[in-house]
Ligand binder design. Structure first.
Ligand code: 1HE
Length: 258
């Protein structure tokens, strides 16, 4: 669409926003313009959209930071650049709709950081994960050290960086990189299936999963338990929850697994 930021394609179909990273000649490497384009998209989710799906054009999800832009920076410029990544990825993680990442090919460095900021990851079998920062003599700067240990554990993240280890899609699902793995070419269909399910949830449930659960996980036990009680009470007192509970008791709602 013409209004999409440079190197990004967006399209809304029903309640789903499709976001495609579209820089295949550079393996979807993320330069500053592309990153700011993502910020623009995830700050302005169109009304009526209930879930987003992010994927990559070409043979790869993303080769990470555009290394050609990694020029000499002084300390303040370096900090500002890393904090820009943090700001944009927080727009994805703590935006208005859950985001499903559909991965294939390279999902490395900053590409893995983008995927980690999403709420569900689906990996096609061709996906491979790595943190080449270790080999490039730098450190992750887009939030991986906070988000990735929550998915795969600290030891595994350190292993990726110490050794340059590459994890493939099927192994990655067992290790926590993704929650789903599909045959090549089938990731988007799976993404749409999940996005439709997510879109059919009560809004308060999706809100709680996106905005409250991460705070509970980051907090101490007594604060976490109190936050859980608060959000449980708020959500169950909503008219939507009351209707859904009544529907179940009257045999009008789907059973678990249907
Ligand atoms: C790039 C980049 C990039 C490709 N920045 N230009 N990320 C990395 O260290 C990964 C670097 N990339 C690779 O290891 C490989 O490109 C791939 C394994 C992903 C794909 O290989 P392949 O054979 O399909 O492609 P290619 O021939 O390596 O690359 C095609 C073009 O894309 C080529 O440019 P050309 O002008 O010579 O055609 C590459 O230079 C270009 N390209 N990847 C710039 N990353 C917030 S901090 C995050 C820090 C990081 O993300 S560090 C990790 C960076």
């Amino acid at each position: 669409m013409d209004s999409s930021p440079q190197n990004l394609i967006t399209e809304v179909v029903d309640e789903i926003l499709f976001v495609k990273i579209n820089r295949p000649a550079k393996r979807n490497a993320v330069n500053d313009a592309l990153l700011l384009g993502l910020e623009q998209i995830f700050t302005n989710i169109p009304a009526g959209v209930k879930c987003a799906i992010i994927s990559g054009e070409g043979d790869h999800f993303s080769a990470g930071l555009d290394l050609s832009e990694l020029k000499e920076r002084d300390i303040i410029e370096g900090l500002t650049h890393s904090r820009m990544w943090h700001r944009v990825l927080e727009k994805i993680q703590f935006g208005t709709v859950p985001v499903v990442a559909v991965l294939h090919g390279a999902c490395v460095g900053g590409g893995l950081e983008i995927a980690s900021a999403c709420h569900i990851r689906i990996a096609e079998k061709s996906t491979f994960y790595a943190l080449p920062e270790g080999q490039r003599g730098i450190f992750v700067g887009g939030g991986a050290s906070v988000r990735l240990p929550k998915l795969i554990g600290m030891a595994r993240m350190a292993d990726l960086m110490f050794t340059g280890r590459v994890i493939k899609g099927e192994e990655g699902v067992a290790l926590g990189f993704s929650q789903y793995v599909t045959e090549d070419g089938e990731g988007l269909a799976k993404g749409i299936e999940l996005a439709k399910r997510i879109a059919s949830n009560a809004e308060i449930t999706n809100y709680a999963l996106m905005h409250v659960l991460p705070k509970i996980v980051d907090s101490g036990q007594s604060e976490g338990l109190m936050m859980e009680s608060l959000i449980a009470t708020i959500s169950s007192s909503s008219p939507e929850a009351k209707k859904r509970l009544a529907d179940f008791l009257e045999g009008k709602a789907k059973k678990v697994g249907e």
